[in-house]
Design a protein around this ligand. Structure first.
Ligand code: ATP
Ligand code: MG
Length: 161
């Protein structure tokens, strides 16, 4: 794409906490639990774009999720920092797990309280890929056992100046 993210050192822990706070302000009736590993390594990228991505995922978790609290995890996984957003909603059938990242793709008009545009996840994927990372969706898609959105961002190998 033509997105030019900044190449700053990003403290994922800060960004996750700010996105959770922002979501709680928009949706005070929804519980969001965060679990962030101590001493997460920095990643290279753009904290504003990452914050927007996390807000999009949390917005979806609120709109399409269930009654259980939304869970946000951040931890190191090998060479990546892994961030996940898990909800207890209806889930996503296997054939749609990749399509939901397409521009304007929405799974039917009955999805969610307010109609969206179907752009949130395509923007999320382009931002994450522009930062050298990856994003995908997981869902057991049976008995409404929810959705887990997973972001991986490579740990920066450079020293902070
Ligand atoms: P927008 O984000 O632009 O307001 P949107 O939420 O419809 O609109 P996306 O965020 O790109 O668009 O999501 C695309 C579709 O993927 C949604 O319409 C919904 O059908 C499905 N989806 C996304 N997140 C979830 C989720 N956590 N659980 C179940 N379905 C989801
Ligand atoms: Mg959305």
């Amino acid at each position: 794409g033509n997105i030019q993210p900044k190449r700053d050192w990003v403290d994922v822990s800060d960004v996750v906490q700010m996105a959770a706070e922002r979501t709680r302000k928009y949706f005070p009736d929804r519980a969001i639990e965060t679990s962030i590993a101590q001493d997460l390594p920095l990643v290279s990228g753009d904290s504003v774009l990452l914050g927007q991505v996390l807000f999009n995922l949390l917005d979806n978790a609120v709109k399409y999720g269930g009654q259980e609290p939304i869970q946000v995890f951040a931890r190191r996984d090998g060479r990546d920092v892994l961030v996940s957003v898990t909800d207890s909603g209806r889930g996503i059938p296997p054939e749609d797990l990749d399509r939901i990242f397409e521009k304007f793709y929405r799974r039917g008009k009955t999805d969610g309280r307010a109609a969206g545009t179907g752009l949130g996840l395509s923007i999320a994927r382009s931002f994450i890929e522009a930062m050298g990372g990856r994003i995908h969706a997981e869902s057991p898609a049976v008995k409404k056992r929810g959705t887990r959105m997973v972001i991986r961002l490579p740990v920066t190998t450079q020293e902070k100046p």
